[in-house]
Design a protein around this ligand. Structure first.
Ligand code: FES
Length: 181
């Protein structure tokens, strides 16, 4: 009596081959649309160097114990297609205190997002939109100011002796707490 197993039936072998081909074909067919979708959504994942430290100015451009000076913040924008240097992402006031001590404020008013001015005559920051005013250290100066918080200070590093690098961030306007955006 012959006990060897029977060879697979031709119909069953054909079915398995076709099923495998369908599964592999479907997987390959998904690759292109998924890749296309990722490219389409890529602008949402764009980054700028603004999240880290940005070189803003030279220490030599600020007088010791001088008035705050406004500087644009330029950063490198990176996406799937391009790396674009020197894209304006905001502006800061820098004030040099003694030695290499520098303080920085985002120029955006925390009330509703206007740019604040520095008023030499009053030695304070002033927002022209709704008259918020801020002292040199960024605190709300006038209790009637509608701004819910003081100016947003930013971390500063002086590198290589003279380079002023600012950890630039924007914050949500109209909130008492500083919420990065
Ligand atoms: S936006 Fe500055 S006071 Fe309103």
């Amino acid at each position: 009596m012959d006990s060897s197993p029977l060879p697979p039936q031709p119909d069953r072998r054909n079915f398995l081959t076709k099923a495998s081909a369908v599964v592999i074909g479907a997987a390959l067919a998904l690759v292109a649309p998924v890749a296309g979708l990722m490219v389409f959504l890529d602008p949402l994942r764009r980054q700028t160097a603004a999240g880290g430290a940005v070189l803003v100015a030279s220490l030599d451009s600020l007088a010791e114990n001088g008035e705050p000076q406004k500087f644009s913040v330029l950063a490198t924008r990176i996406d799937a297609w391009n790396t674009t240097p020197n894209v304006p992402v905001g502006a800061v006031y820098l004030q040099r205190l003694t030695g290499r001590q520098v303080r920085a404020f985002n120029v955006v008013c925390p009330h509703a997002g206007c740019f604040v001015d520095f008023r030499e005559a009053n030695n304070c920051f002033h927002c022209p939109c709704h008259n918020s005013s801020f002292s040199l250290d960024g605190k709300v100066l006038d209790p009637k100011s509608p701004s819910p918080r003081g100016l947003d200070d930013l971390l500063v590093e002086v590198r290589n002796g003279t380079e002023i690098w600012v950890h630039f961030k924007n914050f949500r306007a109209g909130e008492k707490a500083r919420i990065p955006v």
